[in-house]
Design a protein around this ligand. Structure first.
Ligand SMILES: [Fe+2]
Length: 442
């Protein structure tokens, strides 16, 4: 894809560059709400942990959506009336200044300010360095780097890092291992905080709190990070589409991350898609429209909501990518009380759609389990080829403190993906490779 069309895609999905910063406020800002009526709080051991300094230190910078030519960076500062972000190719002399705009947070009662910086006209596959100045002062921890994406649609080798489930009271050291593995991009897919409420003021305080933990802070200021929520960052444990105040969660979520989008004009939710070289990711929202786990498992029961499900199939059919990765917090089979094994009708509809539409190179990635592994689903016959699921969960909330990396290589005649599961003790517990020819209909 050309620079111009890549830029257009970014504009369409984020609504931020080109259309001007007024658009950000229109499309991403929450309505001013004085109270958050009807939300459920679940009081637990983690509810208030570490929140006593909620408004004191900065959080971020965090690199969010990155394309081959553009990058977006999020930042929270405890005070200050101006933020400036300068950047340059690593090692270069001349710096440029990014466009910066405040993120509306009036309804969140924060003492500090949140900001979004947008950088355009970058070169593909190139590492940049940046620094953030608040009221003209640069703190040492407000420096970072990021590498832009390869050109969309062209062959490339790259490493995806996959994580989920993190709590401040658990060791953050796996984030150091994760950073050393140097993923080109990072997908963190649920339980990014355990706020256990749809109240965005609490959710934001949990996010700010976790972003101040140095090993995690290092990851997000150097690796483009994309997110999806699961139950604990959407609402209480195992929460679903019936949860009161879910629209507050969604408003807060859109402002605390910089993803390529959230829902469509007609379908609300946190879901979006994006492409990295020749791999397309369909990051679906398994909470906003979900029928309760305990409902009867019949035709009507849905995890994605029928409209988002239709969107997913349509997008998969339209995709030109070599690998098409469906990403969700919910596992296909391993979670006993909170995954697709309780939604077998919809799961079969998904598998059947992959077969009937002859979609090649589709695979699945999830979290939630508090363990990590890669396997082929036992109903792969329905799909027509081995249906691979990579589960990465518990990088900072499990016995294993594990995560996964996935190396994609589309530069070879038979493109491949190589999965590594890494435990908190640094041991690579599992390694598996799949070639596109084996993930294809004959
Ligand atoms: Fe979790």
């Amino acid at each position: 894809m050309t620079t111009r069309s890549t830029r257009r895609t970014f504009v369409q999905t984020t609504g931020v560059i080109g259309a001007g910063f007024r658009t950000i406020l229109k499309t991403l800002a929450a309505p001013a709400v004085a109270t958050f009526a009807g939300v459920r709080h679940v009081l637990g051991a983690d509810r208030n942990e570490g929140l006593e300094n909620e408004d004191v230190p900065a959080a971020g910078p965090m690199v969010g959506q990155v394309t081959s030519t553009l990058a977006a960076i999020w930042m929270y500062t405890p005070g200050g009336t101006s933020m400036k972000l300068t950047y340059k190719p690593q090692g270069a002399v001349e710096s440029s200044t990014a466009k910066v705009e405040p993120i509306k947070t009036d309804d969140l009662n924060l003492r500090g300010r949140a900001w979004r910086a947008l950088i355009a006209d970058l070169a593909p596959n190139t590492r940049y360095q940046y620094e953030v100045a608040i009221d003209g002062k640069i703190a040492p921890e407000h420096h970072g780097t990021f590498k832009t994406a390869p050109v969309e649609g062209e062959p490339a080798k790259f490493r995806l890092g996959l994580t989920s489930c993190m709590k401040p009271k658990h060791s953050p050291d796996s984030w150091l291992l994760f950073a050393k593995d140097e993923p080109d991009l990072h997908l963190t897919i649920g339980d990014t905080v355990y706020a256990d409420t749809t109240e965005p003021r609490w959710q934001w305080r949990h996010h700010l709190n976790y972003r101040r933990i140095e090993p995690f802070a290092k990851v997000i200021r150097t690796i483009p990070t994309y997110s999806m929520w699961d139950d604990h960052d959407y609402g209480p444990n195992n929460s679903d589409g019936t949860e009161r105040g879910k629209h507050y969660s969604l408003d807060g979520w859109k402002r605390v991350w910089i993803n390529p989008g959230a829902g469509t004009k007609d379908i609300p939710g946190a879901f979006y898609k994006f492409t990295w070289a020749q791999v397309e990711f369909f990051v679906v929202d398994g909470r906003y429209h979900r029928t309760p786990n305990k409902a009867k498992d019949d035709e009507k029961k849905t995890m994605l909501g029928h409209e988002q499900f239709a969107w997913l199939i349509e997008q998969l059919k339209a995709s030109k990518a070599k690998f098409k990765v469906i990403v969700s917090g919910s596992t296909l089979d391993h979670s006993q009380n909170d995954g697709w094994r309780l939604y077998t009708h919809e799961r079969r509809r998904l598998f059947d759609a992959i077969k009937s539409n002859k979609l090649n190179g589709v695979l699945y990635m999830s979290g939630s389990l508090h363990n990590s592994l890669a396997w082929e689903h036992h109903e792969s016959d329905r799909v027509g080829y081995p249906f691979v699921e990579v589960i990465s969960s518990g990088i900072a909330n499990s016995k294993t403190l594990s995560y996964a990396t996935i190396d994609f290589d589309t530069t070879v005649s038979d493109p491949a993906l190589h999965v590594r599961v890494v435990a908190g003790n640094g041991k690579v517990r599992e390694q598996k490779t799949w070639k596109l020819s084996t993930l294809s209909h004959g």
